[in-house]
Every structure is written in C-alpha cells, then in structure tokens.
Design a protein around this ligand. Structure first.
Ligand SMILES: NC(=O)c1ccc[n+]([C@@H]2O[C@H](COP(=O)([O-])OP(=O)(O)OC[C@H]3O[C@@H](n4cnc5c(N)ncnc54)[C@H](OP(=O)(O)O)[C@@H]3O)[C@@H](O)[C@H]2O)c1
Length: 327
C-alpha cells in the first residue's frame, strides 16, 4: 500500500497559467495536498478535525476566540473539509464551526453518528446505534451547525477497536442502520454515507449502499488496517484516518516522537508532525487528512505538510516505524 513515490499534488487550477488576481477573501488557487473525491464533491486532501474544539477531559479549555481563529485560518489556507460530531462537547464544536464560518462557507462538513454526549463521565459518551437514534443525531447536528444538509455522515460502529462498546439492544444490524442513512441521503438531508471504526467484512457488506468514506484510527504508529485501506483504494473510497498524529489524548504513541520521523524531519527541515502527515498523503492516493489542533501555528504547519515531498528512501525508513509498535 505504498507506491514509494510522493504523489504530485493535483492543483485545482493549471499551475502554468497566470493566476488571476483574487480578492483577499477568495480561496487559495491550490488545494493543500491536492484534491480527492468525498462523496459527490472533491475536497483538499488536508482538512481539519474539530474534536478538540468541544473540549477534552484533562485538557485545558479552548476559548471561543481560539476556536474561531483556527477555523477561519483553515478556510483561508484552502481547507474545505471539516470533521466534527455533535458529541464533541455536546454541540460545542458544531456551534463554534457555525459561529466562525456561518452556513455560507464552501466547506464540506462531515459528522459522525452512533453515540451521544453524556455529562460528568470520564469518557463522556454513550452508545446510541438504533436507526431512530441515528436520525435524531443527524437532526441535532443540523441544528447546532445551522445547516440544512450535512455533506457526509459517518456511521461510527462500536463493535471493536477504540472506545465504547455496544451491548444488548444497541447491537444493531449494519443493514438496518444503512437503510436509515440511505433514506436520509435520498431525502437530501445528507450528501453521502461513510463508515467509521469498521473492518473489511463490514465495508464489503456496506458497499451496495454506496460508501464514500472510511474513517478508522490509522497513522505511522497504527498500521493495523492496511488491508482495509487497500479495499478503499480499490473502490475509490476516501480513507480518512482519525488520530493521524497519534491522537490528542495523552498516553498513546505519538507519530512525532518516533526517532525515524525525527531523523527525516531534521533532514528535510520539516517538523516531525509534517513528516507524519506527508507520509500519510504519500502512502495512498485516497488519503484525506483531518489532523486536530487548537493552534494556528500547528494548523499552518499541517496545511504546509501538503507540499512536503519525501524520497523513496525516506518513505522506506518511515515504513519501518510501526514495526516496534503493537497493532
Ligand atoms: N471516528 C472516530 O471515532 C474519531 C475518533 C477520534 C477523533 N476523530 C477525528 O479525528 C480528528 C483527529 O484526531 P485527534 O485530533 O485526536 O488526533 P491527531 O490529529 O492525531 O492529533 C492531535 C494532537 O496533535 C497535536 N498536533 C496537531 N498538529 C500538530 C503539529 N503540527 N505539531 C505538533 N503537534 C500537533 C495537537 O495538539 P495542538 O492542539 O496543541 O496542536 C493534538 O494534541 C479529530 O479532531 C476528530 O475529528 C474521529
């Protein structure tokens, strides 16, 4: 799953042609990292993950001003894909996106359903997988985002992997959930359907529904899903890894702390985080990035990672990083 070359970013305009003078508010001519399909539209391959904007247990609070600054700077730099969820701070991340960008910004908003926020818990999430619950979560997302339509909704399954688990009547057949999402897509409430935290059998089962994105934990320090990634490449489905830098949560292995990542970064005068993101972009053509940050400096570095080129030798060295890390 690595063709050993860094793909040339696909500009959305002809780079050889003289660029027309753009008003200060217009989007940049070149999309960070090039573009790839996300359901019925294309987006820049470097996007933004909004989880931290809802606040995280044990992390310093994020101010409204900082949230607005990072979201507006992202759009200024050509980011047009934001990943969010109603359960990020019980609507707080969504409300901040709405407050910063309004409903007019030409940005694909992707949310996820399958869980709801619960207050005063160490992990403030409860499983909510039933079809009617999925529909209610989508309606709540629309309210807090101030939008009439979500560009894509990921069904976040909870059978295995990271986080909460379904039990009892929350063990809902995938086909029943997809039927509800298809009805919402047919009604125009959502633009496309994605899956999160799934395996190859679940993706294969869901393919007839038309799956536009798969979002699993994946990075230089979490390579357990290579086969699933290969399946998404085969079907032209966007692969949108969560935790692309190893996550905002303390304790998990971090991409930027790996010695090989730091060696390559020093050699090319990039930051280790940029190397981790550039490796992801080079690893497969359908990768779309949603790194999370609450800092404009880190955001600018993450967007600039879309132009970081890695040699065949550097990619090979980075491929070895996961060997010492349990899948
Ligand atoms: N589908 C799911 O189940 C699921 C689960 C979790 C998350 N997600 C999505 O995935 C997105 C990404 O996950 P994540 O935010 O936890 O993890 P991440 O993107 O792997 O890492 C975020 C962490 O890296 C730091 N960081 C970001 N850019 C950096 C840079 N240039 N240099 C150094 N450090 C940098 C951030 O700190 P600073 O804030 O200080 O920059 C933060 O601590 C989330 O925002 C969310 O949208 C989905």
């Amino acid at each position: 799953m690595n063709d050993r070359t860094t793909p040339t970013p696909t500009p959305d305009t002809d780079a050889a042609a003289p660029a027309p003078a753009a008003p200060a508010s217009a989007a940049p001519a070149v999309a960070p990292g090039g573009r790839f399909a996300l359901g019925p539209r294309e987006v820049a391959r470097v996007g933004y993950g909004a989880m931290q904007l809802g606040g995280l247990p044990g992390r310093p609070p994020v101010s409204d001003a900082d949230a607005t600054a990072v979201l507006r700077r992202a759009v200024e730099l050509g980011v047009d894909h934001i990943d969010t969820a109603q359960f990020y701070g019980d609507g707080v991340a969504n409300q901040r996106i709405q407050a910063a960008l309004g409903d007019t910004a030409d940005v694909a908003i992707v949310s996820k359903v399958g869980a709801v926020h619960v207050a005063d818990a160490e992990m403030p999430l409860a499983v909510a997988q039933k079809p009617a619950e999925l529909r209610a979560q989508i309606e709540q997302n629309l309210r807090t985002l101030g939008r009439e339509r979500l560009d894509l909704v990921n069904l976040r399954r909870v059978d295995a992997g990271i986080g909460i688990r379904a039990t009892g009547d929350q063990l809902v057949p995938l086909d029943d959930q997809l039927a509800e999402l298809i009805a919402l897509r047919d009604a125009g409430t959502i633009g496309a359907i994605g899956l999160s935290n799934v395996d190859a059998a679940q993706l294969t089962q869901a393919l007839p529904a038309g799956i536009a994105q798969v979002q699993n934990a994946y990075s230089l320090v979490a390579r357990g899903d290579e086969d699933l990634l290969a399946l998404t490449v085969q079907h032209g489905i966007a692969w949108v890894p969560f935790f692309p830098l190893g996550s905002a949560f303390p304790g998990a292995p971090k991409v930027a702390e790996q010695p090989a990542v730091q060696r390559v970064a020093a050699a090319i005068d990039a930051t280790p985080a940029q190397v981790g993101l550039a490796w992801l972009l080079a690893h497969a053509p359908n990768v779309l990035l949603i790194p999370g940050t609450v800092g404009v400096d880190h955001l600018e570095q993450n967007v600039a990672a879309g132009a970081v080129a890695l040699t065949t030798e550097q990619l090979a060295e980075l491929d070895g990083v996961a060997e010492g890390i349990p899948a």
